[in-house]
Design a protein around this ligand. Structure first.
Ligand SMILES: *Cc1c(COP(=O)(O)O)cnc(C)c1O
Length: 380
């Protein structure tokens, strides 16, 4: 693993022609500890946001023990780094036999279903006496930028019978929901928890665990999200759920833990007036921008290993592939004198970047390095 004190040192040493993904473990640690301290319950990391071993390692070091996995492969990635890690298989859609192998080989106990046929299939693979099965409830709120309730989740009035069937099969019943992703209002969680309370008050037994999902947003330039503390306060104070005495809330943040501590250092390959062509684009680390929630990442420019400072102008940025749609949305203010060979560092790019990049058109970099500095871009 290549490790550097800071980005200028990396640039001096590697003089990279391909994108370099820079992981700041100390920033991951700080971001994660803040979440663990603030959230009134247990924090599971949603592995799909960034499954790079360096990121998983940094989260383990920060005190994360629980991992929200969607597949056997994600479970294996976590277990390769830690035998103590607790992996949850939290996808209502599973490859056949994945749950069986997850339980037998990795001791996985937590699963999720959102309808009776999914539960029936799950029960053929697991030992219910050793299992906790969440019934996932569909909830939606207009401030969620992505509505996940159209794909997953049983209607609130179907949850009671699902929980009952889980309990009758001998597994521990629990409740899960996911408000959406990039949820812009803390009220969305309160609203969903209120629906959960109504459901839980109607059933004749108490559940111990309620998983309130992920979706905590991250601010980007020109895209201001409420601070995490507002979400924690709303969740702590909003709704009292009727749980067992040892009841616990679970959160599954992905973006909120993974965004801040990674940057992508890319190179300018071609300049045409106010258009720049880069060695990374929408098929690479920038793919999350296709959802147009935020338009850009914090950026700074280097010529060699020196910051390039100059009056700025707005540039349109293109990726390297032959697809005319391969450009970053919006315009980015960069130094006017930027030119071929210069490098741009884009900060806060750790969420949904590495984990979904492709090798379309032959453009792919797997240069991932560690940066020891405790200050990522932008400065905290
Ligand atoms: C993707 C996902 C998450 C993480 O979402 P973020 O918006 O990154 O916090 C959490 N839970 C479930 C079920 C998911 O599908």
């Amino acid at each position: 693993m290549l490790s550097f004190g800071d980005v200028p040192q990396m640039l001096r040493t590697l003089q990279p022609d391909n994108p370099v993904y820079c992981i700041y473990p100390l920033v991951y640690r700080r971001t994660t500890q803040r979440f663990i301290e603030g959230f009134p319950g247990r924090v599971l990391y949603a592995v799909k946001a960034n499954n790079h071993p360096l990121v998983l390692r940094a989260l383990l070091d920060a005190g994360i023990r629980d991992f929200d996995c969607a597949s056997l492969v994600e479970i294996e990635e976590v277990r390769a780094l830690s035998q103590d890690a607790v992996c949850y298989l939290m996808n209502p859609v599973r490859i056949r036999n994945a749950a069986r192998i997850a339980q037998q080989e990795h001791g996985v106990r937590h699963f999720v279903v959102d309808n009776p046929s999914g539960l029936e299939a799950l029960l053929t693979e697991i030992d219910p006496g050793k299992s906790i099965v969440f019934a996932r409830m569909a909830v939606h709120h207009e401030t969620a930028s992505f509505d996940l309730s159209t794909k997953f989740g049983a209607k609130p009035d179907e949850i009671e019978s699902l929980l009952r069937t889980i309990a009758d099969a001998g597994a521990e019943p629990a409740l899960a929901f996911n408000v959406g992703s990039v949820v812009m209002s803390p009220d969305a969680f309160v609203h969903a928890m209120d629906t959960a309370r109504t459901v839980l008050e109607q059933i004749p037994f108490r559940v111990r665990l309620v998983d309130i999902g992920g979706g905590y947003p991250k601010s980007y330039p020109g895209f201001a999200a409420p601070p995490l503390e507002d979400y924690f306060a709303a969740i702590r104070e909003g709704v009292q759920l009727p749980l067992t005495e040892d009841g616990e809330l679970l959160a599954e943040p992905g973006r909120a833990l993974s965004a801040r501590g990674m940057s992508a250092v890319v190179q300018v390959l071609l300049r045409k007036d106010d258009r720049l062509y880069l060695n990374d684009g929408m098929y690479g680390a920038f793919w999350d921008l296709r959802y147009k929630l935020q338009k850009r990442y914090p950026a700074r420019v280097f010529r060699g290993d020196k910051p390039l400072q100059d009056s700025t102008r707005a540039f349109r940025l293109y990726g390297p592939s032959c697809d005319s749609g391969d450009f970053l949305p919006g315009l980015v203010e960069l130094p006017d004198s930027i030119d071929v060979g210069d490098h741009i560092e884009f900060g806060s790019i750790g969420a949904y970047s590495l984990s979904g990049r492709t090798d379309f058109n032959g453009f792919y970099s797997d240069t991932v390095v560690q940066i020891e500095s405790s200050e990522a871009l932008p400065p905290a």
